[in-house]
Design a protein around this ligand. Structure first.
Ligand SMILES: Nc1ncnc2c1ncn2[C@@H]1O[C@H](COP(=O)(O)OP(=O)(O)OP(=O)(O)O)[C@@H](O)[C@H]1O
Ligand SMILES: [Mg+2]
Length: 245
């Protein structure tokens, strides 16, 4: 059985149909990259998976926790959301918390761990993202790449079934991109289940098990990196790849 399943997901903003019937299954340990032009609905799809946005129609199931848009309530939304962690383009760190504090917070507030235990786990995570020497730094004292590694560390602390990444490197200076992608590769090697929206084609080729191409709120085609990048079938995929490659 799939770890995550999305059935007939629909989302509109006013008259703008942004997700137009998305069906998707993600296996445990699978790394899925989503590509698509600006405005195609990639961020909205990720945000509907954990109900940061509320779809009008469709069902999302992650690790056995299911929400049908037409019967969604706070309780089942919270249960679904706990199966996910989210890494944002702009890091979304707490500015008034230290590097360590940003990770500890996920453990105390979301997971309800006592402070000392949370801090011990957070220190281990700081080590694995290579920032133990910056534990007391404020986000404003860290580079973009370091801030995003804290953002990923916070997501790791949640230890959720499904990690969602929305263009995690697109706000970074080019020379900082690799440090974040390298960390994501480590997570991939640990067989974390991940959905990554990114324009980093070499990363997608190397790390993804499957690449999905979206346009106009629909999944246009999907396949292995070789299938999708080297032998795209749909002319919209071909046109998009001509622009980014
Ligand atoms: N909160 C919102 N209110 C109104 N319209 C929105 C909102 N969020 C997204 N949209 C619209 O939905 C469409 C899809 O947006 P979305 O952010 O999902 O695209 P995207 O594929 O992530 O694009 P990008 O590559 O630029 O990040 C766009 O037309 C956008 O203007
Ligand atoms: Mg987006």
């Amino acid at each position: 059985m799939a770890l995550a399943e999305v059935t007939n997901l629909h989302k509109t903003f006013g008259n703008n149909v942004v997700l137009d019937g998305i069906d998707l299954q993600i296996d445990q340990g699978e790394i899925v990259v989503i590509l698509g032009p600006s405005g195609s609905g990639k961020s909205t799809l990720l945000r509907c998976l954990n109900y940061l946005e509320t779809p009008e129609q469709g069902t999302v199931t992650i690790a056995g926790h299911s929400v049908d848009a037409r019967a969604a309530n706070k309780k089942n939304i919270i249960a679904l959301r706990r199966q996910t962690s989210f890494v944002f383009q702009n890091y979304a760190l707490f500015k008034n918390k230290s590097a360590l504090g940003n990770i500890t917070e996920a453990l105390t507030t979301v997971k309800g761990l006592p402070a000392t235990q949370a801090e011990a786990i957070a220190m281990d995570i700081l080590k694995s993202v290579g920032l133990e020497d910056r534990r007391d730094a404020w986000p404003s004292e860290l580079s973009g790449g370091q801030q995003q590694r804290i953002g990923i560390g916070r997501a790791m602390a949640l230890d959720a079934e499904l990690m969602l990444f929305d263009e995690p490197t697109s706000a970074l200076d080019p020379e900082k991109v690799h440090e974040v992608l390298d960390l994501m590769k480590q997570l991939a090697l640990q067989k974390r289940t991940m959905i990554v929206v990114t324009h980093e084609i070499p990363f997608a080729r190397e790390v993804a098990d499957r690449i999905i191409f979206m346009d106009g709120g629909k999944i246009i085609e999907q396949g292995t990196p070789t299938q999708l990048l080297d032998n795209p079938q749909d002319e919209r995929t071909q046109a998009f790849l001509r622009q980014v490659l």
